[in-house]
Design a protein around this ligand. Structure first.
Ligand code: SF4
Length: 511
């Protein structure tokens, strides 16, 4: 087979920005799968050019114009950027392939703009594609493997790509690592809830960790497992067998259910400095936080006690919350969250707003049946920003007002000061401060305040929210245009609109 020239572009952000946070931190969210694709392509003897986009990289630096294939990895909120890029490369005769969460959530829509769209991807599927690909004139081809791969190339194989990103970073440099796929819990909004939980090869992980100990001075590793430490002892024994205490710092997202004091102390001994558990809701998802039947204020107190215990040992704790569930009603969920903030001053609250992503989970049928999904342009669907279903117990105005009020409270000067004082670890303090002042507080507040203004005064937006009109409101078009910069020219016509009932459509399509 001829040696191919392949570009891989990981879209971590959806537009051009001067944000300080993006410049300093966002590259730490580089995805693992595009690097895996790069390793597999190289193992087949092909030439690979790898790049990421965090908001400032120029179009000409993404890829040379003389490649055979461009792989683009996109979240749904970076999809419009990806569609425009694909159009640009296809105009030069280059075949384009989409991967990442958007490909799994909206494969049919993505097939309108890409030659190939890859769902679950393993090496065999990739090799097939590399042997036989062509530009699809009208509609792309959706390819998916039956399951997630059993093994993935580790840090040593991906090192060249990681180093390329780190060379351009100055402050915190996190090395992405993964030890498990899927999740045994069944939070119905989460794409990972439908992937069977599996632990990857621990011997490989051991070798990766040993490699880092040997080659890097004080490396920081971010575990990208959807839910780290489900097999807690297995992971701890692996780390303890090769990582001398204090030689690597770790960041991980894990459930409160495993974070008893004994486990938390062990995490600290093993170098864990940031832990991100999810509470999500004061009324649901008690299983993963092990708060069982406790709801409302009872759950707040129980969770606060546990989180304060965690923070005694772990320097930086982020707690994930989600709003927009049908179980939320009135002011209470927001008031309870404020009480929680008061009880755990050193913790960083990370607020998400429920977004329903196409085919991500089967439970999305419920919202399609009720005709509640609003086709916000993908570009607006950052989970932290946009509720894309008609709220069950709120008007749009009420919901946005409560969210803004909660953000004001959580990122007030008083709350930020208490958080700063509550963290006893210098780097964590300053990172948390930077996040509180940018993405966490003011960024979301600005976005939601702008939405609120349009909810109140913009007849086009009102008609869009009540489904009287499918027309994307002008202010959203303007936002996409501004963010895409020179790529707006390449955004295909009509690609801001799509069928919001992607799951029902897919079922009828495959029947
Ligand atoms: S525990 Fe976390 S990773 Fe697991 S299903 Fe729930 S939200 Fe997803």
């Amino acid at each position: 087979m001829n040696k191919l020239r392949i570009s891989i572009i990981d879209l971590i952000y959806n537009g051009y920005t001067h944000s300080l946070y993006n410049r300093a931190m966002l590259a730490n969210f580089m995805s693992i799968m595009p690097q895996v694709i790069g390793v597999w392509c190289r193992e087949e003897g092909h030439e690979v050019n790898y790049s990421i986009f965090t908001g400032s990289q120029k179009l000409k630096n993404f890829s040379p114009d003389n490649v055979d294939l461009v792989f683009i990895s996109a979240f749904t909120f970076t999809a419009q950027f990806a569609y425009a890029l694909s159009n640009y490369y296809r105009s030069k005769g280059i075949v384009t392939v989409l991967g990442g969460p958007h490909a799994r959530c909206y494969p049919e829509d993505a097939c309108r703009y890409f030659d190939y769209v890859m769902g679950l991807t393993d090496k065999a599927l990739l090799i097939d594609l590399l042997h036989n690909f062509e530009m699809n004139s009208s509609f792309g081809t959706y390819l998916t493997a039956p399951a997630q791969p059993k093994t993935l190339p580790g840090i040593r194989q991906r090192w060249e790509f990681i180093e390329k990103v780190h060379r351009k970073m100055s402050v915190v440099k996190i090395i992405p690592m993964i030890g498990s796929l899927g999740c045994p819990y069944n939070c119905d909004f989460c794409i990972d809830s439908e992937i069977p939980y599996q632990v990857l090869d621990m011997e490989e992980i051991k070798e990766d960790l040993a490699f880092l100990v040997k080659t890097e001075k004080h490396p920081k590793v971010g575990w990208f497992d959807p839910n780290f430490g489900v097999q807690f002892n297995v992971f701890m024994e692996t780390i303890e067998s090769v990582v001398p205490p204090g030689s690597i710092e770790f960041v991980a997202e894990c459930s409160l259910s495993i974070l008893n004091e004994r486990n938390v102390k062990r995490l600290r001994r093993n170098g864990f400095v940031v832990i991100m558990p999810g509470i999500e809701s004061w009324y649901e998802y008690g299983k993963k936080s092990k708060t069982g039947s406790h709801v409302g204020m009872e759950k707040v107190k129980k969770a606060a006690e546990q989180v304060n215990m965690i923070q005694k040992h772990i320097p930086q704790v982020h707690i994930n919350f989600m709003f927009g569930f049908d179980s939320d009603a009135g002011e209470l969920p927001f008031t309870l969250t404020k009480r929680f903030i008061d009880l755990v001053p050193g913790t960083y609250p990370s607020y998400q707003i429920l977004s329903i992503f196409g085919q991500s989970t089967k439970s999305n049928f419920r919202y399609e049946d009720e005709n509640r999904i609003i086709p916000f342009p993908f570009h607006m669907m950052r989970p932290a920003h946009t509720l894309n279903i008609v709220p069950k117990n709120y008007t749009w105005e009420e919901f946005n007002m409560y969210m803004i009020d909660l953000l004001k409270y959580s990122f007030s000067p008083r709350a930020i000061y208490r958080r700063f004082k509550g963290i006893h670890y210098n780097t964590s303090r300053w990172i948390t401060l930077l996040m509180s002042l940018t993405v966490g507080g003011s960024g979301k507040k600005r976005f939601l305040s702008d939405m609120l203004k349009h909810i109140r005064k913009d007849p086009d937006f009102q008609a869009f929210l009540t489904k009287e009109s499918p027309q994307v409101p002008q202010f959203m078009r303007e936002k996409v245009k501004k963010d895409l910069g020179p790529l707006w020219y390449w955004l295909p016509d009509k690609s801001l609109s799509y069928n919001p009932n992607a799951l029902s459509k897919a079922e009828s399509y495959y029947d």
